[in-house]
Structures are given as structure tokens and as C-alpha cells.
Design a protein around this ligand. Sequence first.
Ligand code: 4LM
Length: 402
Amino acid sequence: MSDDNNNAPKRGFATRAIHAGYDPLDYHGALNPPVFLTSTFAFDRIETGIERFKGEAQGYIYSRVGNPTATVLETRLASLEGGEAALATSSGMGAITAVVWSLLKAGDEIIADRTLYGCTFALFTHQIQRFGMSVRFVDLTDPANLEGAFAPNTKMVFTESPSNPNMRLVDIAAVAKICRAAGVPLVVDNTYCTPYLQRPLELGADIVVHSMTKYLGGHGDLLAGAVVASREHVDLCRTVGIKEMNGACISAFDAYLVLRGLKTLPLRMDRHCANATALARDIAAHPAVDQVYFPGLESHPQHALAKRQMKDFGGMIAFELKGGLQAGIRFMDAVELVTRAVSLGDAETLVQHPATMTHASYAPEERARHGFTDGLIRLSVGLEDYADLRTDLIGALDRAAA
Ligand code: 4LM
């Protein structure tokens, strides 16, 4: 039942989300993968251990480097993203730093799109400099900006699409083509879309990173991340990025929880997308609202690209009220069903304020330069009944405007 037989016809996405990488008959018929709560693995004799350390024999050594429950998850993720291999990590930041530590050294430069999740921005802007690396921000919404932007020390291009929090889109195929010609790997953070909605590797990107804390886990009960890429890149992230540098390996229990979440990923994403599409229209039609940033709206400047690049428009909405920050604060205090919290991709609809929360690592002038305002509100649309969400959100907008 697992999808590992290369001669088998490739099964559909939903089937692979449930079955890839695991055959119950390998584990006493257990329908769900066992959770291998073990830090270390016994060698039948010392020679076996020596061979495993040299990479000359297959087999587990220590759970920082690999664990059978994590392996099931990694095989499933590689199948869903269309990658050769995957590495599961303890958080999204664990995945991003594993890529940085394994690909770059002192003197190297990252080219990054203008808007990134706050901690990725902080890592690139405030932290890697301490290790002699640097970042240059280029507006990748126009791929032409990347032509000729490479320096001899540019070793990685990094982007999200849609970007957190302001929903700018990057044409991954166009950017990947330019990166390939320059011989520089393109890393795409696919957290907002998941492989159900967008597969950057199939569009030409070299490495995909995820915060699996979000839609892939889907239930707000774990932190996890992933790197999906060629076997060579993944091996490097595992043996250098995780094993010798950040140590951000996933726990077997969290790997199990992500596997459980993945089984319903297509169902959940369809519902997130349907609720968000309907709510984006409702919010945009409200007289208190100034701007709505949602790729499914015809008013979004990259609506055509969204239709081409994404299977559907995702569950994230950002918007600004005419009354600016003060009205935004009144709105966020007025919601009753929606939860005031950071993170995203959960069953519960979450609302938060990027400038003071997820993106507080941007200085005020950086926020303006990187394309989002202090008044921006971010909504992660959940799985509740649309009518209840509409009543709560429109009611809160009415109260914020009063
Ligand atoms: C948030 N985001 O936005 P871990 N990549 C993207 C993300 O949105 C995040 C990470 C990586 C939020 C967290 C509080 C696009 C996180 C980092 O939190 O390390 O799993 O992922 O609300």
C-alpha cells in the first residue's frame, strides 16, 4: 500500500496523503505508523555501527539523524511535494536554518524577496551577519528585477508565495528559470499553500521549506518543519544542518501527529479555500474596509498568476480598515468566535496584527519599505461554518466602524 514501488502507477494526491511511505503489513498490520519513542538504536555487533557511521550500511543510529516514524513522514512529504527526498524538522525555523547552515558560509549572500515571515526576516537581517553572511532584498514580484542581480557570492535565492503577511505572489517558474541560468538554488517557503495548492519543485525551484506547524499538521497542536529537495540537498541538511549545527530534529510523536493531520489535508484545504474566498468578498464589500489582499479577488494585482500557479487561493486574508490601526484594534477586540492568536492553518479562525506580533522584528521604516502597513490585519480562515464566521467578522467590522 505504500507508494515506494517505483513501478507502481503514481496514485492521486489524496491517496498519497493517506498511504505514501507506509505499509501496515510491515508493522504487524498496525493501521497507523508506530511512534518510535527512542533516542538511540542498538547495533547487532560493533561492525554494523561502524558501517552505519561510515554510511556504508543502511540503518538507524540516533534519532537526531533519523527515526522510523520520521522516515514515514519524510517519504510521504517527498511524494506530496514531488521531491526526491525530505527531512522533517522540529519547526519551520529549524528547516530554514538547516538550509542556511548547510548551503552558505561566511562571505556568502542571500537574495530574498521583500516580504518574509518576521523570524525569517530577522534571521536574514539581524542574525546571519554575525556569521559573516549577508542578505539583499529584491522585489521578486517582478522576476526581471532578479536578472543581473546576482553577485559572485550569491549562494541562495529565497522567497515565499504568497508572502506572509501581505499576500504578494512570486512567479516561481519565471524566478526559477533565472536562478537556474545563474546556477543559484531557489528556495521556496511553501507554508501558505502546502503541496496541495502549489508545488514549487515542479515549477523549477530547488528546495521547498515548510512550517508544518501550520496547514500540514493542521490542528494547532504541534511545531514542526520540513525541507524537500534532491537527495543530495536533503542529505546535506540532515548531516550538516541538523546533525552538526542546529540539532532541530523532529520528535517521533510530532512526526506521528503530522502524519495524522496529512490524511485530511486535501479536505481541509478545500474548506479553508472555500471559506476564505467567500469571506474575502464579504470583507471587501464592507464600507469600513479600505483594502483586501487575497489572490482570489479579481482586484489582486497577481490574480492571473494565482490562477495559473495555485490550484486554489488558500486560506489567508490580509486587510486594512479605513480607520487605520485604531479601527483595526477595535475590530480585533470585537470578534467573538474568531480567536486572537498568531500562527495559521488551524481548524480555528485566527486573527492577529503583523506589525506588533508576527512581523514585529521589522522596524517601522522597514515595514513601509518591505510593503506592509501598521494597520494591516491578518486572518487565517479556519474550518468553521461560513455563516458563523461571516456573522462574527461582519459584526466586528460594524462595531469597529461605529
Ligand atoms: C505566523 N509563522 O505567521 P515555525 N515560514 C512561514 C511562517 O509563516 C512561519 C515559519 C516559517 C507564524 C508563526 C507564529 C511562512 C511561522 C516558521 O513557527 O518555526 O514552525 O515556522 O503566525
